[in-house]
Design a protein around this ligand. Sequence first.
Ligand code: FAD
Length: 322
Amino acid sequence: MEGSRPPEFEVAIDKAIAAPEAFGASFDEAPSRSELELGAGLDGDPALAFRRTLGMFATGVTVLTARVAEQVHGMTANAFMSVSLSPPLVLVSIDRRAKMGALMHEGTRFGVSVLEAHQTDLSDRFAGRVADDVPEPTFEIVHETPLVAGALAHLVARVVRSYWGGDHSLFLGQVEFAHYGEGRPLLFHGGRYERLVDDPRVFSMLPRELLDPIMALGSERSYEDGAAVMSVGEPGDELMLVLEGTVRVRRPGRDMTVGVGELIGEIEVLDPGGGRIADITAEGSVRCLAVSRDSLLAALEADPRAAIALIEVLAERFRETA
Ligand code: FAD
């Protein structure tokens, strides 16, 4: 079928919505085959190298759902993207061998459930990797369309166009319903599931009876509005507890305010050679309690329970990201 669309994707393109002229006449044509050149260091099976290259693009994970008579069919998909805000459009790409594709006709509705960080079992189930001990999924029905219960976000869309996409089919859906809740997404990268790591906290996770003796070794500092409390690159040789006011923490991709009772610099103090990773400035007048790395180590030596509790916190972190 090189160079032409399979007949099932013959879609009547209304002139009014056909591709703008600048896009060229090839908009609805299948491209001809071309050789794939692999960059330096990539050899072996080109298809595998291509797949791995695409796998470097991190995505969320969705379950696409459709209703078949009174039954629900679901399929895990990460090839989902937003297309347009007005009209609201999304696009999904479905393997031509998948059952799901056969259910996606123009005019039919499908659901998109954006999975939450802990829904890897559901992702595996709807990808056909079923484990015996996985509970049956439950669905909510919205606009007569099933959506996976407990997902982070839900969309219901109606297929308005379908396109030839090589060994996949592309379905453009006009969105009729959208909803999202609180939570963190499940991610997929390099062929495996990933999660966003929460703001790094280590000492903050210690129980008060172990943290208080450490903080008792600190000395007070005052800062005026706008003063630098910590700066990127400087050695992380102390951590601080905010006693009064708030500080602004800025690092690439993050900009947050930290207030009374919260710690700053708690990661770098465990790895002082790595340098500070954020710029922290005072918002208004601020008072902090600073504990040097030396005092910290002395406190941990004096009470090994605190050292063990820290190791447990770090182990928990590794488990979260494994
Ligand atoms: P099947 O393989 O028959 O069904 C899928 C699974 O879902 C089966 O185990 C089935 O038992 C279960 N299931 C279906 N409905 C229900 C229900 N109502 N209750 C309980 N279980 C049910 N493929 C793509 O084409 N595009 C993608 O973007 C894509 N992204 C993926 C991303 C990830 C992270 C993963 C792991 C896989 C992805 N896949 C993708 C692969 C795709 O999920 C699988 O090939 C899937 O098996 C195809 O589903 P199917 O429609 O052929 O149906």
